[in-house]
Ligand binder design. Structure first.
Ligand SMILES: Nc1ncnc2c1ncn2[C@@H]1O[C@H](COP(=O)(O)OP(=O)(O)OP(=O)(O)O)[C@@H](O)[C@H]1O
Ligand SMILES: [Mg+2]
Length: 285
């Protein structure tokens, strides 16, 4: 079964959708079979893949709310090696309903059980993009994941949001007895010459291990919790505006900014090392 990686941070604008999009493209171009789940009713991820009208999926086989109602759900094939389960504006309503076990619906769908095959079996890696809150969709993302990947911006406000996110993860692991590892933290929109960013990064590098050491049932995929920072660059928003991947945008229009792609390649390499999927499927890395 493919490894399931949830992108979480209950603070808005942390970089969840941008990084989900960038990494899913990177893995697909390396030959991994990738599924992207857009579990945010805002549908940013779905739009990043060029589907601007979310309502087109309502009532179809691509309607994410089907998994809450025992109906079949099938992904859209976006490009070679990359499938998408698009978001749906009605997702929030389902998540806020009083339905029993709503936090485990996505996990059951991806992993299967009771004789039913989980869709994650068809892929090498699954990325889940989650909303900016600590509700049932975020908890559902955590509950479905083998690993959580946590992007964060580096202002003081963002760092307090990050502590809240960690608390949500810890609570979900306790409540649902999850076998979950923290894959890492990615600093987003980093400005190396900005004092606040460096101070916040340094303080997170001490406070996060302190928090985690009090909860030793939370595993970490590496002793080095922080992955390479992604620098503050307008190209991310520009690529999103054009509905193309950051790689496509830079390779076609911003060749001078190839360092963004190098950072992404380093992060991809490191994720592969941390989840060790290469040993199972033999893709050259
Ligand atoms: N490295 C970066 N440098 C500058 N801007 C960035 C960077 N990464 C992402 N952005 C921009 O920041 C904004 C928020 O990013 P994104 O939508 O990925 O965050 P999010 O965590 O998914 O937000 P939400 O919580 O609303 O879903 C977007 O406009 C995106 O283009
Ligand atoms: Mg988002």
């Amino acid at each position: 079964m493919g490894k399931i990686v949830g992108l979480v941070n209950q603070k808005g604008g942390a970089g969840k959708s941008s990084i989900t999009n960038a990494l899913s493209n990177e893995f697909a171009r390396r030959g991994y079979r990738v599924l992207v789940v857009d579990y945010d009713p805002q549908g940013t991820q779905t739009m990043l893949f060029g589907y601007n009208r979310l309502s087109q999926f309502i009532g179809t086989e691509h309607d994410m709310t089907n998994i809450f109602n025992g109906k079949d759900l099938n992904p859209i094939s976006v490009k070679e090696n990359l499938d998408l389960l698009p978001a749906n504006p009605n997702l929030r309503e389902e998540a806020e309903s009083g339905k029993m076990g709503k936090e485990l619906v996505l996990s059951n769908f991806l992993r299967g059980g009771f004789g039913k095959k989980g869709i994650a079996e068809d892929y090498d890696i699954v990325f889940i993009d989650s909303p900016a809150d600590s509700g049932a969709l975020t908890v559902g993302t955590i509950a479905a994941s083998d690993y959580v990947l946590i992007p964060t911006r580096l202002t003081f406000v963002d760092s307090t949001g990050l502590v809240g996110t960690l608390q949500t993860i810890i609570q979900a692991v306790i409540t649902f007895r999850l076998d979950l590892s923290i894959l890492g933290f990615i600093p987003v929109a980093y400005k190396s010459r900005l004092r606040e960013h460096n101070d916040v990064l340094a303080s997170l590098k001490t406070t996060i291990p302190q928090i985690l050491s009090k909860h030793d049932f939370i595993k970490t995929a590496s002793e080095e919790l922080f992955l390479e920072p992604l620098k503050d660059r307008i190209a991310w928003a520009e690529a999103a505006g054009k509905r193309v991947s950051i790689r496509e945008y830079i390779e076609k229009e911003k060749k001078g900014q190839r360092d963004i792609l190098l950072s992404l390649e380093n992060i991809t390499d490191e994720i592969i090392r941390r989840v060790m999927i290469h040993s199972e499927i033999g893709v050259e890395v």
